[in-house]
Design a binder for this molecule. Structure first.
Ligand code: SF4
Ligand code: FES
Length: 233
């Protein structure tokens, strides 16, 4: 039988199996903690910190990767926690194009983030990679959540076509030696597109329809070109 721990979250006691994250324990008692990089079917990496809560430590703890401890007293929505979330959102808005990230746009509203708080913040303006018939990669809309990397790697597909590229502010998602997707181990399963929380990864057909092409032209532009059959006579 697994050991359990009992803690208090926003004044409510909850008992959970050892190893449970604060995020999952809170969910059990109907307390929602916002997430961006976390996805319930992927390994959490604690990258965006939007889920940070006050768990009594020197600094706030990322609820998606921090395990519950016995007698922990967690505040998920204190003034400090809210201020931290607001600042993260304001920094994101100053840097990344969030126009096609509906969940993050909702958070900007919820936390009353001032999207113009850092007007001189450098923008991550990057070229759109259009290097295969299936999907586009626009890293000016990427929040470096790592979900696409994780699903492409050992959480699901084991293709390992994507990884981090660059350093510091210029860190982005990339391919080995920046090769086009067709020269990588990508199998075009589409799972990276499915887990992307922004418009950074987009099906090419969707992009072409949005540009105003009619469905027949879109089909023609994106259909798989088959090799002609060999004449066996
Ligand atoms: S491309 Fe999408 S899924 Fe991948 S890191 Fe960027 S935002 Fe996350
Ligand atoms: S959702 Fe927890 S760190 Fe991103």
């Amino acid at each position: 039988m697994s050991e359990t721990v009992t803690l208090t979250i926003d004044g409510q006691d909850v008992t959970v199996p050892e190893g449970t994250t604060i995020l999952d324990a809170a969910k059990q008692i109907n307390i929602d903690i916002p997430v961006i990089c976390y996805h319930e079917h992927l390994t959490g990496n604690g990258l965006c910190r939007i889920c940070s809560v006050d768990a009594g430590g020197r600094v706030q703890a990322a609820a998606c990767v921090t395990q519950c401890g016995n007698n922990m007293n967690v505040e998920t929505n204190s003034e400090d926690v809210q201020r931290g979330r607001r600042t993260i959102l304001e920094l994101l808005a100053s840097t990344v194009n969030l126009d096609e990230a509906p969940d993050i746009l909702d958070l900007l509203d919820e936390y009353k983030a001032d999207t113009l708080r850092f007007p001189d913040g450098a923008r991550r303006d990057m070229p759109v990679y259009d290097d295969n018939p299936f999907y586009l990669r626009d890293y000016s809309q990427c929040v470096n959540c790592w979900r696409c990397v994780q699903v492409c790697a050992d959480d699901a597909q084991f293709a390992f076509a994507l990884s981090f590229d660059g350093r510091g502010f210029n860190t982005t998602i990339g391919t080995f030696q920046n090769e086009g997707m067709q020269n990588t181990t990508c199998v075009f399963c589409g799972q990276c597109v499915g887990v992307c929380p922004t418009g950074a990864l987009k099906p090419k057909r969707q992009a072409l329809l949005e540009e105003g092409y009619d469905p027949d032209s879109v089909f023609e532009m994106t259909r798989r070109k088959r090799k002609p059959k060999k004449d066996k006579s």
